[in-house]
Design a protein around this ligand. Structure first.
Ligand code: PEP
Ligand code: MN
Length: 355
């Protein structure tokens, strides 16, 4: 499952929504002819934010997809959001599913779908939940792994946010990376279309995912993207997709040449040493924190001192500037260190009180 012989990432392509038998046949034929599809996607039941938008053709599109799968010898996948979707799909010999972002948020739905898959040989790709909650994503993967074993993968589609961003859904790349750390064997792909939200941004999102070692791409494709009934702005023709894929610079996670490996090892050894020094320094800093905690206690002073905190942020920000470190990074770093200091000081004071 999810492996390709071709010299490009594994591709799940096809329209956001199935709109007609003709539309599905046209795009499937084009994609196969252009070698741009390993699994065809099409939304049948569309979860729309507001009522009144196109909500998909439903059940009647299932036999069309099934016929395409047979005719072109091509796996197809659809989104399922409840157990009756699963049952209808299985009746039409469709056995590859993805779980949408709006479904992953709800463990009840996830469990209902997982239960419907018991005893089938279905494959499931779990999209991240709409908001950046790694635990929900992890939980959904675990629920499906219990019933579908190795036929479970994940799709990173970015996260809804009030933060302004040029993307429709902010990528927060550290989250799929954390998922990979938790499930080293899990196949993870990037839904560059739903992250980008704009067809002109798909290439850069796809490249970024490849740079991070994500080995599959989901990209929405349509014979006539501007006329698409859903997600028109982010869909591309097979021809445009060809250009996007051709321009990707592929990376491998392990290097071939011995010289490269040696150099990488040398740099990593230097980093290991620096990390050791950083942790030593943090440990010494937190030791001093304990002393300050007792001192504050003896003098009846509050643990949190706003003035001191502002001064730390300001001076460390300036040092950061001098060292070409981003303000935002310094801020986050010191928030983490400072909250640990406060935790330790509070503990010191509480222990003193208890003794
Ligand atoms: C889709 O893939 O068309 C879709 C609705 O995706 P998401 O669940 O990521 O919003
Ligand atoms: Mn879509």
């Amino acid at each position: 499952m999810w492996k390709t012989e071709k010299n490009r990432p594994y591709l799940i392509t096809g329209p956001c929504s199935a709109e007609s038998e003709e539309q599905l046949n046209t795009i499937a034929n084009q994609l196969v002819e252009d070698h741009l599809v390993d699994m065809l996607r099409a939304g049948i039941w569309k979860p729309r934010t507001r009522p009144g938008s196109f909500e998909g053709l439903g059940e009647k599109a299932l036999p069309w997809l099934s016929a395409i799968s047979t005719r072109l010898n091509l796996p197809v996948c659809i989104e399922v959001a409840n157990s009756s979707h699963v049952e209808l799909a299985l009746k039409n010999n469709i056995t590859n599913f993805w779980i949408g972002a709006r479904t992953t948020v709800n463990p009840f739905y996830v469990q209902e779908i997982a239960d419907a898959l018991v005893g089938t040989n279905a494959s499931v790709l779990v999209k991240n939940p709409i908001h950046p909650d790694i635990e929900l994503w992890t939980g959904a993967v675990e629920r499906f792994q219990k019933v579908s074993g190795e036929e479970v993968g994940a799709i990173h589609r970015g996260f809804s946010s009030l933060q302004t961003s040029k993307y429709r859904n902010i990528p927060r790349w550290e989250i799929p990376i954390e998922l990979k750390r938790r499930f080293p064997e899990l196949f993870i792909m990037c839904d560059a279309s739903h992250i980008a939200g704009d067809r002109n941004l798909i290439a850069e999102v796809a490249q970024k995912s490849i740079d991070l070692g994500i080995t599959g791409l989901m990209i929405e494709t349509h014979p006539n993207p501007d006329q698409a009934l859903s997600d028109a702005k982010q869909q591309v023709t097979s021809q445009s997709l060809g250009l996007i894929i051709k321009q990707l610079v592929l990376k491998s996670s392990s290097a071939g040449s011995q010289v490269f490996i040696d150099q990488l090892e040398e740099l990593r050894a230097q980093i290991d040493k620096i990390d050791e020094d950083i942790l030593q320094a943090i440990s010494s800093r937190l030791e001093l924190t304990k002393e300050i905690g007792s001192y504050k206690k003896d003098n009846n002073v509050t643990v949190f001192q706003l003035e001191r905190w502002n001064e730390i942020l300001q001076t460390r920000g300036l040092t950061g500037d001098r060292l070409h470190l981003r303000k935002e990074f310094i801020h986050r770093l010191y928030e983490t260190i400072h909250s640990e200091s406060i935790r330790i000081q509070t503990e010191v004071i509480e222990n003193d009180l208890a003794s």
